[in-house]
Design a protein around this ligand. Structure first.
Ligand SMILES: Nc1ncnc2c1ncn2[C@@H]1O[C@H](COP(=O)(O)OP(=O)(O)OP(=O)(O)O)[C@@H](O)[C@H]1O
Length: 706
């Protein structure tokens, strides 16, 4: 028994009160304010810096998102340069430059050297950034891991000086520390003098815009911002990589020209597919239904309005003087009550009165969707496939916030494993962290599920435990051959691209409302095979976009969308719309295949039948053959069905998809050969028998909400 304990009659131990180790006074000495940057430096995973690979991606993402937001807000067609360069074994330099409006000199240190400083948090306007934390958090991570400052160059006009800053964030006080120009940054004069200064001081700055046509001389860049950071990082291609993020950004932002230089020095340019900027997103006031009690109290305190009625009508959307009166009546407060006198109890009365008053939904013209046409263009430019469908839902509202859902789908085409070269495969095997080849295949190639990986491994006979980094050249050859030749359509799981306000989301897919809604949709009625609650299988890529003035992310790293019922319902309806179109396409293809089968059987025997008939009645064999052929063609007319560019059957007798569809016509022979050689093609239209039966028997709209 330990010292200081006594035993009672019933044997239970009774501890003597232990000497107090700390007192309120001694604890008070340790209690102090925690700076927001200290907090996030310790909890960097909350901001997307949980490992070196993700840190590189998050840094680039924050900078590119800011560039796109700034350009669009200023009405400038964005051109962006991204440069990733290895500077040490686990160190990389990441630089992002844009042709945006630039940033005022006095604002630069605050934007890049102070957490929670930005222009977007306090307004309800659709933008990529929301919280005012992104780029300064990247700067803080850079300084914590390499000690190197964040470097910024920004220029606001042709005749204006550019400003060059080297900054670090002082985490103790969450304030910027300027390291160059004796604590005041450096000014770079416009014109030749400035160019010379940039060269002499080794400052990195793209000087010209990309020429729009090959013969045009490039225009000088007169405004923009470049941010450059050196951080502990890991560069790796495949799922969740910088490369993937940039490619997906190009899909959802067809108005952007993006130049990307990767660490091996390879340069890629995604040229803009349209010169039209998305319409300007308008700012709205909060809707009363979306404001919680605490927020209502602080809004009352912050408002400059004198009367309660003035506060309600001017601070919220959709509150007219009549609605304000109704709210006040229900709250038993006077419309003329001075706002300063509103206390917590009054606020509570107001809050419940708001919930009891019928207020129309907020205006939804503040949402700028990508649009079906651009979605189809974007997806087509990056995902080669045979069939594309897109659907943009009308705007809806969650918690008083307007939002809009869009979905695009691509079906068919080669799978990723068949698109890569042997050299790239070697590089990917060398770069990967995966412990086994099986893991490597699943982690690296989008949409390649465990079944497909097993199929490849079975064919290659490489064994499931092989380490990817230790493969011999001969084994790489075998793996490459298997990847090219194995039909993985069946084992492929749907490839999902998630977007929020045009930004690709690459992590936490399991927690995201988008993934959950796709998995909860019945894809079997649209011809895909799917086990309950999982993503469907097949060569399908799906893209889901939520546009909103405030996207409800599950965390500050903005990686997954929270599951609000209203949002999931809209997603389901959009998925069902493209699903129905896919079902129609697959059914038509199936018909074409069946008719092509029948025709080939007819053809096989027509010659012999024509000969036999000619022998009996003496009519010319060729004439009989031609006639029989015409009859066969008539009976199997579906096999000749041709679809126009928008996917409509050229034959008006065929049903219409109803728009939002793009079909890439395959060479007829190629299509027939593929269909005849690959009976498993029905697998891509639903590999299991169940799915197949459902496709043809069930009412396709069964279970649809609309
Ligand atoms: N390239 C740029 N050009 C012009 N302004 C910029 C640029 N980068 C950042 N800004 C300004 O700096 C502010 C802060 O950027 P930051 O990335 O820290 O947060 P945010 O984009 O507002 O929100 P989030 O934390 O969600 O990314 C932005 O709100 C914007 O006003």
């Amino acid at each position: 028994m330990s010292e200081g304990a006594t035993t009672t009659a019933n044997g239970s131990a009774n501890k003597k009160s232990a000497p107090r180790r700390a007192t309120a006074e001694s604890m008070a000495k340790k209690q102090r304010e925690i700076s927001v940057s200290e907090f996030f430096a310790k909890n960097r995973h909350m901001l997307g810096f949980d490992n070196p690979r993700k840190a590189l991606l998050t840094t680039i993402k924050e900078a590119v998102d800011n560039s796109l937001d700034a350009c669009e807000e200023a009405g400038i067609l964005p051109e962006i340069w991204v440069h990733v360069e290895q500077t040490g074994e686990s160190r990389y330099k990441a630089a992002v430059q844009d042709n945006g409006p630039g940033i005022l000199k006095k604002q630069i240190p605050l934007i890049f050297g102070k957490l929670l400083y930005g222009s977007k948090f306090h307004r309800l306007r659709m933008s990529r950034g929301q919280q005012g934390i992104g780029i300064s958090a990247a700067g803080m991570y850079a300084i914590l891991t390499t000690g190197k400052p964040i470097k910024i160059v920004s220029k606001t006009g042709k005749t204006k000086s550019a400003h060059y800053y080297e900054l670090r964030i002082d985490t103790k006080v969450n304030k910027p520390e300027i390291l160059n120009g004796k604590g005041d940054g450096e000014d770079i004069p416009p014109g030749e003098k400035g160019e010379k200064y940039i060269q002499e001081n080794g400052i990195e700055w793209e000087t010209h815009l990309h020429p729009e046509s090959p013969d045009q001389t490039p225009k000088p860049l007169t405004h923009g911002t470049r941010v450059s950071l050196e951080l502990e990082a890991k560069y790796q291609r495949g799922k969740g990589s910088v490369d993937e993020y940039l490619e997906q950004t190009a899909i959802a932002n067809p108005h952007v020209t993006l130049h990307y230089t990767d660490p091996s020095g390879v340069q890629r340019t995604y040229r803009r597919a349209t010169d039209i900027l998305p319409p300007e997103a308008t700012e709205i006031k909060p809707h009363p239904y979306g404001v919680e009690l605490g927020r209502l109290v602080s809004m009352c305190k912050e408002s400059n309005e004198s009367s309660l009625s003035g506060f309600l009508t001017n601070s919220f959307s959709r509150v007219s003087p009549t609605i304000a009166k109704q709210i006040c009546d229900k709250a038993k407060l006077s419309t003329r009550m001075r706002l300063k006198r509103i206390d917590r109890d009054h606020a509570e009365q107001l809050y419940s009165a708001i919930q009891d008053t019928k207020i129309s939904n907020p205006t939804t013209d503040c949402i700028v969707p990508i649009g079906e046409e651009q979605l189809l263009k974007g997806l087509h430019s990056v995902v080669p496939a045979e069939f594309y469908a897109a659907a943009t839902r009308p705007p809806a509202v969650y918690r008083g916030n307007p939002f809009q859902i869009e979905v695009a789908l691509a079906y068919g085409g080669n799978v990723e494993t068949q698109k890569i070269t042997k050299d790239l495969l070697k590089e990917l095997l060398y770069e990967t962290d995966a412990r086994t080849v099986r893991q490597f295949l699943i982690l690296t190639f989008n949409g390649l599920g465990p079944d497909a990986a097993d199929k490849i491994l079975k064919t290659s006979k490489l064994g499931t435990r092989k380490s990817p980094n230790k493969m011999k050249p001969k084994e790489v050859d075998i793996l490459f051959d298997a990847m090219q030749n194995v039909n993985v359509n069946e084992g492929q799981s749907m490839n999902v691209y998630r977007y929020a306000n045009r930004v690709p989301l690459q992590f936490q897919h399991g927690d995201c409302a988008i993934t959950k809604t796709i998995a909860g949709t019945n894809w079997r009625s649209y011809g895909l095979s799917q086990s309950r609650g999982n993503l469907p299988s097949g060569p399908v890529t799906i893209m889901v976009h939520i546009a909103s003035v405030w996207v409800p992310f599950t965390n500050q790293a903005k990686e997954a969308v929270a599951s609000y019922d209203e949002i999931q319902k809209e997603m389901r309806l959009a998925l069902q719309t493209v699903g129905r179109k896919l079902g129609m396409f697959l059914r038509r293809r199936m018909k074409v295949k069946q008719q092509a089968d029948r025709r080939s059987i007819f053809r096989r025997y027509l010659g012999e039948v024509a000969q036999a008939v000619s022998d009996i009645n003496g009519v010319e064999k060729d004439d009989i053959y031609e006639k029989l052929l015409q009859v066969a063609k008539k009976k199997t007319a579906e096999a000749d069905m041709v679809l126009d560019e928008s996917g409509k059957a050229v034959d008006p007798a065929q049903a219409d998809y109803g728009g939002g569809v793009l079909i890439v016509q395959k060479d007829e022979e190629e299509m027939l050969a593929e269909m005849l050689n690959r009976p498993a093609e029905t697998a891509s239209t639903g590999s299991s028998d169940d799915a197949q039966n459902e496709l043809f028997d069930a009412d396709e709209d069964e279970g649809d909400e609309e």
